[in-house]
Ligand binder design. Structure first.
Ligand SMILES: [Zn+2]
Length: 136
């Protein structure tokens, strides 16, 4: 349960920053609260705070979630394409190395940042946090 001051600060935050889509802000790598500031400082490094609204990104902990989704999605796409090419053309083995090794790299790197942003934005929107024991 929230105490009175936390409840009023959440209501104040809700008035200043109307709810925005976690999907659009996360995929774009924007701040989940204001939608303007950048979520990332480097390719995958999360910025310490939003340069627009000042939200502290210390809560952001996506863990291995993005890597799991990227592995599953990229495996499905690249392996499906490789199987389709193999069935249709039966190319020599070097074709797989020339086409599908770079494709795997591109798909994985292309999906990793948007999915990390999406999971962090969902974490913010759903107020997900590690469990804590209650204070006596
Ligand atoms: Zn912000």
């Amino acid at each position: 349960m929230f105490s009175g001051s936390e409840d009023s600060s959440l209501a104040e935050e809700g008035r200043r920053y109307p709810p925005i889509s976690a999907i659009s802000t996360g995929l774009a790598g924007r701040c989940p609260r204001c939608g303007d500031g950048h979520l990332f400082r480097g390719f995958l490094s999360v910025a310490p705070r939003c340069e627009s609204c000042g939200l502290d990104f210390g809560f952001a902990d996506s863990g291995d979630g993005p890597a799991v989704f990227v592995t599953l999605i990229a495996g499905f796409l690249v392996l499906g394409c490789a199987l389709a090419v193999d069935i249709a053309y039966e190319p020599p083995i070097w074709i797989y190395l020339v086409i599908f090794a770079p494709l795997t790299l591109l798909v994985c790197l292309g999906l990793l940042r948007p999915l990390k942003g999406l999971l962090i934005a969902s974490q913010y929107k759903n107020k997900a946090a590690p469990g804590r024991l209650g204070t006596p």
